[in-house]
Design a protein around this ligand. Structure first.
Ligand code: NI
Length: 396
């Protein structure tokens, strides 16, 4: 409340604290819905700033409320807190201290940046009207995720949220840059498991058996033609069979074959159509070849669709702060992200904070055991950008 530094300078001044916080969180990663220590860390920092803080929202979620100088709109800023079941291979002083668990998707950085934003905005409560709602959610990595239960717990009400923003680290953008994506940014990560039941037998007597391996092979090829022949070529879809399991030895025709697949789409119509056509195709091919199939289709998060006007607001606010040349128009990706649930309900924009540093070898992508980010270069920029977006929305 005493600071008068411009936002960007204040964020740079905060740099060492941001790096320390991020490295602490990096050393103490926790899996989905087990973010007890992380939540405690977050709540303590928020309370130290005099921010009204609620814990235990959707199990380990934390919500902070910061009121400005008078009534106005409410902006929700979201970070995710969970880590991944990966053994870290980086040899750094802040390496994960929990074997088999690693912040390999940058959620330590997201949590850190949002705490930094809380700090800057709490020092500037007289500079805005309305309310900032800081949402630290659990379990982004494990569908059905932590966003949905936080929404069910009422995080979009009291006060009612008018817009939502969040960020993800981006290893295809150098630290210092911000990426914006109008419209679809992340895909609906759906999938299915299929069991094809044939009739086992001797490998030398196929006529006495129903070979589920051949049926599975036909299904796999036909599934790829769903994408090429039944999806509008101007829309996108990907089907990947990640698991194909059948048989034990070369001279036995197995009883059944098993497939597991990922299906990703942006468009809800394409998504629903594939959810209908994939089981129909597998069952139809199986029936035509005297086998039977069961298909369990699983819907993941919806596609993340950024509001175009809110994305323009991000581009303008960050461009005014950092210079327009540091705001990059970024394409969408086919990963999943449960920020989608917030953006289904309120307008907003999810944007990207560049974290790569090729000179320092910090280039490994998310979910890689050598994933690491240029925290010194990226975190202050991300903090300043998020804070500028929140202020622009509340004051604009
Ligand atoms: Ni992530």
């Amino acid at each position: 409340m005493t600071t008068t530094l411009p936002l960007q300078d204040a964020a740079w001044e905060l740099g060492p604290e941001l790096v320390a916080n991020r490295r602490y969180l990096h050393q103490h990663p926790e899996l989905a819905f087990q973010e007890e220590n992380t939540a405690r860390f977050v709540a303590e920092k928020l309370r130290d700033l005099g921010i009204e803080t609620q814990t235990g929202v959707a199990k380990t979620g934390v919500v902070g409320l910061l009121h400005g100088r008078g009534p106005g709109k409410t902006v929700l800023l979201r970070a995710d807190m969970d880590a991944l079941p990966i053994d870290e291979l980086n040899d750094v002083s802040y390496k994960s201290q929990t074997p088999g668990v690693m912040h390999a998707c940058g959620h330590d950085a997201h949590t850190t940046m949002l705490l930094g934003v809380a700090r800057l905005l709490s020092e500037r409560r007289d500079d805005f009207t309305g309310t900032v709602k800081f949402v630290f959610q659990p379990a982004e990595e494990v569908p059905p995720g932590g966003a949905q239960p936080m929404i069910a717990a009422g995080v979009l009400e009291n006060p009612h949220v008018d817009a939502a923003f969040g960020v993800h680290t981006a290893q295809d953008l150098p630290a210092g840059l911000i990426g914006v994506v109008p419209g679809a940014l992340a895909a609906a990560p759906d999938g299915f498991n299929a069991r094809i039941r044939g009739l086992g037998g001797h490998a030398a007597a196929p006529h006495m058996a129903v070979d589920p391996v051949v049926v599975a092979a036909h299904c796999i090829v036909a599934l790829q033609s769903l994408v090429s022949r039944e999806v509008n070529p101007l829309r996108q879809a990907v089907i990947t069979i990640g698991v194909l399991r059948a048989g034990t030895v070369r001279n036995i025709i197995p009883e059944d074959a098993y497939l597991e697949a990922t299906v990703r789409t942006f468009d809800e119509g394409v998504r629903q159509n594939l959810a209908e056509r994939i089981p129909a195709l597998i069952k139809g091919i199986a029936a035509a070849m005297r086998a039977e199939a069961e298909v369990e289709y699983e819907f993941g998060y919806p596609a993340l669709i950024n509001d175009v006007a809110m994305t323009d607001l991000v581009r303008d606010a960050v461009g005014d702060l950092l210079g327009p040349e540091r705001v990059i128009d970024h394409g969408p990706g086919m990963f999943g992200e449960d920020m989608a649930y917030f953006l289904q309900r309120v307008p907003g924009s999810f944007f990207l904070v560049g974290t790569a540093n090729a000179e320092r070898g910090l280039i490994h992508r998310a979910h890689h055991p050598r994933f690491d980010i240029d925290d010194e270069g990226a975190l202050p920029v991300g903090v300043a950008a998020i804070a500028a977006v929140a202020l622009r929305f509340l004051n604009g």
